[in-house]
Design a protein around this ligand. Structure first.
Ligand SMILES: Cc1cc2nc3c(=O)[nH]c(=O)nc-3n(C[C@H](O)[C@H](O)[C@H](O)COP(=O)(O)OP(=O)(O)OC[C@H]3O[C@@H](n4cnc5c(N)ncnc54)[C@H](O)[C@@H]3O)c2cc1C
Length: 381
């Protein structure tokens, strides 16, 4: 692709930059793992939506502005550089929405996407189950046919922000005689429906960042099934490839963190040459490499390509970049690192440790790379 931006793209980037400079809250919002912070973030989503900046790459009819994927990448760069709040709507916006664009009906898109874009409906991902995390095809929650829809039963776990979210999307076994990837159905359900119990799971900081979801014959209408019943695995792969390959973690996040790391280096070490200087430079170069790789991905998609198993390479790369970058920051801060709460580095480091787990663990991504990209023999299961 041509890395010189055209006039339209430059104007878009400048508009985003100016709006963020004017509107990003001066004081950080409370954590969206708290009831108060969740509502503050919901209001922030509405404010972004009023400026048509919450889902820039979506079509206008759903609240977007038809921005290209390249413009979305640039939007994200500006967003993180401005230190804007984390996106409480991210599971819906970056995982469910691409799935609906690929497999949803026009009615589903019209009903669901505008409310998602405004933060009026915040979505949780209900995939993982006890005994079915990496091996998601081992899931046991069921969808049983009933008049006009399905009855969901079973248990989900590790559902981020489900404590406060409104609705969830997940996979259920709809053919009880099926095995593994077959006979699964992709369903959306209301977290406040009869038969749903959400039990918060406190994190290390005591806040309920996750929840378990218990379902007891929860009715969902046929209109809330995405794709064909029994074809849930295929639909789910769209979600997973988006999560790993592009949408969930844009380069903007790492470019902004790498710039902050360089500033931290200057503040703490001046211009002295130590082994840490090389690590700071490495982190910056990796963030920039990820940006260039993503430009390649969006060019490929714009030309009609699809996200495939190479998404796993992407996921491995950004999750390790994040850990290395934050570890370097803590070393720059030295023994005071854990006390430097206001800098955000210790919290960022704790969260970076989850990167090689959520969205599919490292080991699983490496299996995908080995078997599906390199053609190596299938590992033992
Ligand atoms: C911060 C965070 C947020 C999350 N948010 C959500 C969410 O919103 N919704 C949701 O549904 N889930 C969520 N998860 C759950 C996450 O997707 C799972 O933790 C992940 O898929 C791993 O599953 P598991 O924890 O059951 O581990 P297991 O699958 O039990 O794996 C344990 C270890 O064994 C390894 N392993 C397992 N099978 C193999 C194999 N075949 N080959 C090699 N190694 C193997 C794994 O790589 C791992 O190291 C989140 C997790 C985290 C940390």
């Amino acid at each position: 692709m041509d890395l010189d931006l055209d006039e339209r793209t430059t104007a878009f980037r400048d508009e985003v930059r100016a709006w963020l400079a004017e509107n990003v809250p001066k004081r950080p919002l409370a954590s969206f793992d708290t009831a108060e912070g969740f509502e503050q973030h919901r209001r922030w989503e509405a404010k972004l939506a009023d400026a048509r900046l919450s889902v820039v790459s979506w079509p206008r009819e759903y609240g977007g502005r038809d921005a290209s994927l390249l413009e979305w990448v640039l939007f994200e760069e500006e967003y993180y550089a401005a230190g804007a709040p984390g996106r409480v709507g991210q599971n819906g916006i970056f995982m469910l929405a691409p799935t609906l664009f690929s497999h949803g009906t026009p009615e589903q898109r019209k009903r669901i996407l505008p409310a998602m874009a405004r933060g009026e409906q915040v979505w949780a991902q209900a995939w993982s189950e006890p005994e079915a995390g990496s091996d998601i095809a081992a899931l046991r929650s069921t969808a049983t046919r009933t008049d006009g829809g399905w009855l969901l039963s079973g248990q989900k776990v590790w559902s981020s922000r489900a404590t406060y979210a409104d609705r969830a999307f997940g996979l259920f076994r709809s053919d009880q005689d099926s095995e593994r990837h077959r006979g699964l159905t992709y369903v959306m359900f209301d977290l406040r429906a009869d038969g749903v119990r959400v039990r918060p799971i406190p994190q290390l900081d005591g806040e309920p960042g996750f929840a378990e979801i218990f379902l007891d014959e929860v009715f969902v209408p046929d209109a809330d099934v995405i794709g064909e019943p029994g074809e849930g695995w295929r639909v789910a792969m769209t979600t997973a490839n988006n999560e790993r390959g592009l949408s969930l973690r844009s380069p903007g996040r790492f470019l902004a963190a790498a710039d902050r790391l360089v500033r931290l280096w200057r503040e703490t070490h001046g211009d002295t040459e130590t082994a840490l200087a090389a690590r700071v430079a490495d982190a910056w170069i990796q963030a920039r490499a990820y940006q260039l790789y993503t430009f390649g991905t969006v060019t490929r998609l714009a030309e009609g390509g699809e996200l495939g198993p190479e998404s796993s390479v992407n996921k491995l790369f950004w999750s390790h970049l994040d850990v290395g970058l934050h570890e370097t920051a803590l070393e720059l801060l030295g023994p005071d690192a854990e006390l430097s709460g206001k800098t955000g580095w210790p919290e960022g480091w704790l969260f970076s440790l989850a990167g090689p787990i959520y969205g599919g663990t490292d080991q699983i991504q490496r299996n995908v790379v080995a078997e599906r990209l390199l053609g190596l023999p299938r590992g033992q299961r």
